[in-house]
Design a protein around this ligand. Sequence first.
Ligand code: SF4
Length: 233
Amino acid sequence: MALFIPHNGCPHKCTFCNQRNIVGQAYQPNADDVTNAVKIAVDSLKENTKEAEIAFFGGSFTAIDREYMLELLDATKPFINSFKGIRLSTRPDCIDDEIVSLLKSYKVTSIELGAQSMDDEVLKLNERGHTADDVRNACRIIKNYGISLGLQMMTGLYGSDFYKDIYTADEFIKLRPDTVRIYPTVIMQDTELANLYNSKKFIPYTLEQSVELCSKLILKFKSENIRIIRLGL
Ligand code: SF4
């Protein structure tokens, strides 16, 4: 079962994200929502919960208000032994020993990092606010704690190209993640990316280009036995 945790008040301004414009509008699940969602999952999964994870997605779980984060994690405690563990996603620069040790104590078993690109220029152009070395550092910490590592990449970001996207995949492979997700860039309204597109500074891949690139990436990850996760796990 998965809950989307928006990062209301996120201080970043990634070019592709419209979350800054919907601050306060996105519903923030509370402890009761977690309890209810887990109970529904327990009922529907029956004896198969041991294969399932409680998932918190939204991109910045370890960057949200600490009290709120603990409220959500505390709500999983009565059920956690029935599940395989907890999966969550976060930013690479929001990982350190203290937070990973805390997450481990709550039985977090999988952490996915929104790395998006391993090219520092692409990260900078898209105002991600972190570097490729932040990704490498976060991977090392997560692996040190024996937690399953997931890496997420976006293809066709502003300033990227086939070569840089393939470079990102190759750098991911060096980091030996357990899973990857590939997100072709989508232009959403009211984003900096939309402004760049409208002013013809950003030309997205065509559908054919995107399919060609993603099929190369899929083959690359498969040949390295790295599991590719699709939306919805
Ligand atoms: S994608 Fe970037 S701007 Fe959007 S919520 Fe995540 S960190 Fe903040």
